[in-house]
Ligand binder design. Structure first.
Ligand SMILES: C[S@@+](CC[C@H](N)C(=O)[O-])C[C@H]1O[C@@H](n2cnc3c(N)ncnc32)[C@H](O)[C@@H]1O
Length: 265
């Protein structure tokens, strides 16, 4: 009969075979994934983890044990596993890429997390795949890879009852106004979106469904979240020794809260 040590070695070998992994993840019992990009990405992930955990814990506190959460653009499950560690009992991960989802699913099985579920779909068509409501929705590292970030956020907002956490690259703020219908009528910009061509990252499983992407400015993100019914929108402060992009506000973690419950539709 295999000893617990043999069993762990066998599970670790299974995890290693599924690589290469994008993240360093500890899934319990000494089992872990080893990131192929740790040298360049470790500091940003540590900062993002810290900011997302702090925002979620300070909002839900002891209620986290009763929260149902969705993680959109979950990749290999990095933030889904973080929520699990924080005590969230039910987590639903969604991603465009089956290969990444299968890795997340296998890790969850190995870790014995049978209340983690997974959906393979494009977040722009979430309504055709995910009907449930979630008190907490994560949308981290996602919208600046999308050609329709507002549509994606609307789809998530429709399923989000209380708190959304959006983490994203942001472009420089865009100020101004434009003529609207006639010369005397002017409409002010509510921030803006920078058009990015990600064709050069085509083979990269971290990008969106198409190479063209719209990256929001901070004001645009806040305007969209408010328009989607998150009446309080807060930018989460980075830790003092955090990732330099977060410290310069070029990448942000923003939380949106509903003061009233929300019915889908
Ligand atoms: C940069 S990675 C971020 C992963 C993880 N959330 C994080 O923050 O570390 C973006 C993830 O979003 C997924 N993704 C991109 N476009 C998507 C879409 N339209 N619908 C669903 N997932 C998408 C990618 O497959 C990838 O796993």
């Amino acid at each position: 009969m295999p000893t617990p040590v043999d069993k762990n070695a066998e599970l670790q070998a299974r995890i290693d075979e599924m690589g290469p992994w994008f993240y360093d993840m500890e899934i319990g019992n000494g089992l872990r994934t080893t990131s192929k990009v740790a040298a360049t990405h470790d500091d940003i992930h540590v900062t993002r983890r810290e900011m997302v955990s702090r925002a979620v814990q300070s909002h839900f506190g002891d209620r986290l044990q009763g929260v149902n959460a969705m993680d959109v653009g979950c990749h290999e499950g990095y933030f889904s596993f973080l929520l699990r560690e924080l005590g969230v009992p039910k987590i639903h991960g969604v991603d465009l890429r089956l290969e990444s989802l299968n890795k997340a699913k296998a890790l969850a099985e190995i870790a014995g997390h049978d209340s983690m579920t997974w959906t393979h779909c494009n977040c722009e068509a979430l309504d055709q795949h995910v009907q449930d409501q979630y008190e907490l929705c994560l949308c981290v590292g996602l919208i600046y890879h999308l050609e329709n970030p507002i549509r994606c956020l609307r789809q998530i907002a429709d399923r989000c009852g209380e708190m959304i956490v959006v983490e994203t690259q942001v472009c420089n703020e865009i100020h101004g106004e434009t003529e609207w219908g006639r010369q005397e009528c002017r409409m002010p910009y509510q921030g803006g979106f920078a058009l990015i061509d990600e064709t050069c990252f085509d083979d990269n499983p971290e990008t969106g469904a198409s190479p063209l992407a719209l990256c929001p400015s901070p004001a645009a993100l806040e305007t969209v979240l408010k328009a989607l019914g998150f009446d309080r929108v807060e930018t989460i402060a980075p830790p003092e020794s955090g990732n330099e992009q977060m410290l310069r506000g070029k990448r942000v973690v923003v939380a949106g809260y509903r003061s009233q419950g929300h019915q889908s539709g």
